[in-house]
Structures are given as structure tokens and as C-alpha cells.
Design a protein around this ligand. Structure first.
Ligand SMILES: *[C@@H]1O[C@H](CO)[C@@H](O)[C@H](O)[C@H]1NC(C)=O
Ligand SMILES: *[C@@H]1O[C@H](CO)[C@@H](O)[C@H](O)[C@H]1NC(C)=O
Ligand SMILES: *[C@@H]1O[C@H](CO)[C@@H](O)[C@H](O)[C@H]1NC(C)=O
Length: 445
């Protein structure tokens, strides 16, 4: 194509040059009276030669034009053929995913956009998954970033690569211009989850973002907790993330320990098709994570979360801000001890078993202050409790102990029935509201 292009330019240049000379000489006799008959004869001959040259060049020019045109046609046909082939492959993948989507199969939906480091996440998922048919990995890509697309295609045969087709400009209210990324993310999630549940027909899916490291036992964790999601209507998700998962705040010797939480943690989480049926109908245009935390969506339901985080984020460049990564996210401890959750009895996490035991443990534990705890002057053995009855009291205690101190829709991170449970200097500590607690106050933020 490039060579043809150059040839075309060259021919056109010669042609133009010849035409100019021809015109100049052709005009001459009319204006010049000083030319001798002899030289007039010579000029006549030259004129003839130039005319011949001109004709030959015209023909050449036409030929080149024809060649270029046919090349264009060929390219168009090739592009069409490629598009057809892509469409065929897409259809094939779709059929294959549909045939894989049996009851015990969990789709692993990886969200990618323009970070080629998605490979770090894919390498781990492929290494740890027990079987490709039990955990088919679907990488859904937004943004159509070529480098990322190529990086994902290098896993052909191991993962399914799908692309969010709607790349049109997205509506963003003028005041929220700098949050455009959040609007695109919500659109991408809406599309990819619809594909997973309604087109490929999976009954459950794990959602992984392209900047997550995962623990070796992550698949065991999700396999074993899936029956809880089906069994207990007061649960709506299982998350691999502990928002207060710094090493100093978790019991690293109890990697098998799991909790219920009213706070949606995200960052590696599982939901069922039933839940998506409910959420998909009213999916928001942006900020979907804070949206699912609202009472209208949560409807009093909880998620399962681990004591020791099964995911960790390594990406600070992205939509969410880098400060949060530097100050907090990068300190989350990723579990490194393999637990076979499928061999364990997890029914203690069902609401009917959990709540009574939890409330008893929390409210029977002796009261201490955060000052005593920090000073190491607590004499009681076992778990202790720091009561709070205002937002400020909670925030002060949380800050002193190094916990996240924010609320979403009135729920503190990792909170369950208002209680935040951490492991501090070798003992269980509960930051707990008064025992007559009646529910969250959405105005706490
Ligand atoms: C996803 O499916 C739901 C139907 O449950 C539909 O209302 C919604 O518009 C779909 N979203 C996208 C992004 O296609
Ligand atoms: C989708 O899956 C359900 C079970 O999860 C099954 O009953 C149904 O036939 C499947 N539909 C299609 C179109 O494969
Ligand atoms: C599992 O634990 C529950 C209590 O949470 C108990 O009632 C049940 O008997 C246990 N099941 C088995 C098989 O041990």
C-alpha cells in the first residue's frame, strides 16, 4: 500500500511537470516573434515528443489509479472478512460459555480497560483455579485500548475475551465532569453482568478488577461460600476483601475465620443471578458501589468477608484516587496460608446461627477505653469492647486504633449490627454501639 502510494505521488509529479513544460512551450509561438524558422521547426518536433510523453504519462496515471482502486476494494473485502471472522468467534465463545454455565460453575468476570497489568491478575487466577470448566474466566474489556487488548489475547484458549461495544460519548452532568471514569465503569459493569447472567446464563459470578492480587485459596473460598448465598436470603454477596485488613488489625493465625458484614466491601466479590436480576433493572449511571450500599438496594442484607483479605490492590493509577492507595490500600495484608474452605463447616455464618452468638460475645465482653488499649493497661483476658453512641466517638476510637473511620449510608466499614470487629495486639476488639441499638443512621458519613 505504502509503495503504491509513493509510486502514485511520483507519477503525479512527473505528469504535472510535463504538463507545465508543455503549456509553457505551447504558448510560446503566439507571444514570441524573435524565433527563427529553424528553431521553430525544432520546437515543433519537441512539442510532438512532449505530446507523446504526455499521452504515455496519462495512460500510466490511469493505470496507477486503477491499481490503487482495486487495492482499496481488496482491503475493504479483507476488513469485512475479518469482521465476519470476529463475529463468528464471538458467537462461538458465546455458545461455549452457554454450554459451560451449569449449576456448580462460577464465572470469573475480570474487568479490564487500559491497564496492560491485567496480566498480573490473570496469571494468578489461571495458576490458582482448580479447573477452567469450573471457573471460566471472562475478561471484559472497555476502552478498546490496543495494548491491553493484545495482552489479553495472549491468553487465548485460557480466557474468554469480550469487549464492551458501546464506546459512544457518555452523558456526564457538567458538575461531575472529572468523575467521567465512574460513569464509564458503571456502564461497563451493567453490560458485562448482563452478558454473564442473561446471555451466557451463569447462575453466579465472581467479579475481579484488573488491579487485584488474589490469595491462592480464593477459589476454595468462593466455592465454599456459594451455598450460603443460595441458602440465606439475608446475604447478598461474598467478598474477598477486608477493609480493615492491615496486618496489625487482623488475626493472621486465623486465616479460616469469616464474618458477616453490613458494609459492601467489593474488591473481589461474588453475587448470584437472582441478585443481578434485582439490581440490573435499576442499575445506576455512576458510583455503583456506593449505590449498592444504600438501604434501598441493601434491604438489610449482609455480605460475607474474611478475617484475612483474599485480595489486595496493586494499582494506584486509575479512577479512584492515589492518596487513598498510599495512605491505606497498600497496607492491606494478603492472606498467604492456604485454607480449604470446602472441607469446613461454614453454617455458623447463616444469620440464624450467627447473630445470637455474635451479640452474646460482643455485649458480654468487658468495656475498655481506646486509651487503655493503646497503653496496654487492659487486665481482662479475651475480647473487649469500646462502646460508642455518636459518630464522633466512633471516629476518634477508629483513628486511634488505625481503622478506617468513614461511613457509607451510615454503615462503618466492616460493621455488622453497628459493631466493627478487629484484632488488636493479640486480642479481639469490638467497637460497638449501645446494646439497645436500633439500626444505622444514614446521615452518618
Ligand atoms: C441489563 O438488563 C436489564 C434487564 O434486566 C436492562 O433493564 C438493562 O437495561 C440492561 N443493561 C444494559 C447496560 O444493557
Ligand atoms: C439457563 O440456566 C438455567 C439453570 O440455571 C436452565 O434451567 C436454563 O435452561 C438455561 N437457559 C438456557 C437458555 O440455556
Ligand atoms: C455445622 O455447624 C453447625 C453450627 O454452626 C452445627 O449445628 C452442625 O451440626 C454442624 N454440621 C456438621 C456436619 O458438623
Amino acid at each position: 500500500m505504502r509503495r503504491n502510494h509513493l509510486a502514485g505521488i511520483l507519477v503525479i509529479s512527473i505528469f504535472t511537470w510535463v504538463v507545465i513544460i508543455y503549456m509553457a512551450l505551447h504558448d510560446r509561438p503566439h507571444h514570441s516573434s524573435v524565433i527563427s524558422p529553424d528553431s521553430a521547426y525544432g520546437i515543433g518536433k519537441l512539442e510532438e515528443q512532449i505530446k507523446e510523453e504526455y499521452n504515455a504519462n496519462s495512460k500510466l496515471f490511469e493505470d496507477v489509479k486503477r491499481v490503487l482502486e482495486s487495492q482499496r476494494e481488496q482491503n475493504k473485502a479483507l476488513a469485512e472478512e475479518q469482521a465476519n471472522q470476529h463475529e463468528e468467534e464471538r458467537k462461538e465463545d458465546e455458545l461455549r460459555l452457554q454450554s459451560l454455565s451449569g449449576p456448580g460453575v462460577i464465572a470469573v468476570l475480570v474487568f479490564a480497560c487500559s491497564r496492560t497489568t491485567v496480566t498480573r491478575c490473570l496469571d494468578q487466577l489461571i495458576k490458582y483455579r482448580p479447573g477452567p470448566d469450573q471457573f471460566p474466566i471472562i475478561v471484559s474489556q472497555d476502552c478498546h485500548h490496543q495494548g491491553t487488548s493484545d495482552a489479553i489475547d495472549a491468553y487465548a484458549g485460557q480466557v474468554f475475551h469480550i469487549k464492551q461495544p458501546d464506546q459512544s460519548d457518555i452523558y456526564v452532568p457538567p458538575k461531575e465532569k472529572k468523575f467521567r471514569g465512574y460513569f464509564k465503569i458503571a456502564r461497563h459493569y451493567g453490560w458485562a453482568l448482563n452478558q454473564t447472567f442473561f446471555v451466557y446464563n451463569f447462575s453466579s459470578a465472581i467479579i475481579i478488577e484488573d488491579d487485584l492480587d488474589v490469595s491462592p485459596d480464593i477459589f476454595s473460598y468462593f466455592s465454599a461460600t456459594l451455598p450460603l448465598l443460595h441458602q440465606d436470603p439475608t446475604l447478598w454477596c461474598v467478598s474477598a476483601w477486608n477493609d480493615n485488613g492491615k496486618k496489625e488489625l487482623v488475626d493472621v493465625d486465623s486465616p479460616e475465620l469469616l464474618h458477616r458484614t453490613d458494609f459492601f466491601p467489593g474488591l473481589g466479590w461474588m453475587l448470584t443471578k437472582e441478585t443481578w436480576l434485582e439490581l440490573s433493572r435499576k442499575w445506576p449511571p455512576s458510583y455503583w458501589d456506593d449505590w449498592v450500599r444504600k438501604p434501598e438496594q441493601r434491604k438489610g442484607r449482609a455480605c460475607i468477608r474474611p478475617e484475612v483479605s483474599r485480595t489486595r490492590t496493586f494499582g494506584k493509577i486509575g479512577v479512584s484516587n492515589g492518596m487513598f492507595f498510599e495512605k491505606h490500600l497498600k497496607f492491606i495484608h494478603l492472606n498467604d496460608r492456604y485454607v480449604d474452605f470446602t472441607a469446613r463447616n461454614l453454617s455458623y455464618l447463616l444469620k440464624d446461627n450467627y447473630d445470637a452468638a455474635f451479640v452474646k460475645t460482643v455485649y458480654e465482653s468487658p468495656i475498655v477505653t481506646h486509651q487503655e488499649l493503646r497503653a496496654g493497661t487492659v487486665v481482662a483476658q479475651g475480647p473487649v469492647r469500646i462502646p460508642y453512641n455518636t459518630k464522633m466517638k466512633y471516629k476518634v476510637a477508629a483513628k486511634v486504633l488505625g481503622l478506617m473511620d468513614d461511613f457509607r449510608s451510615g454503615v462503618p466499614r466492616t460493621g455488622y449490627r453497628g459493631v466493627v470487629s478487629v484484632f488488636f495486639r493479640g486480642r479481639r476488639v469490638f467497637l460497638a454501639p449501645l446494646s439497645r441499638w436500633k439500626g444505622y443512621d444514614p446521615s452518618w458519613s
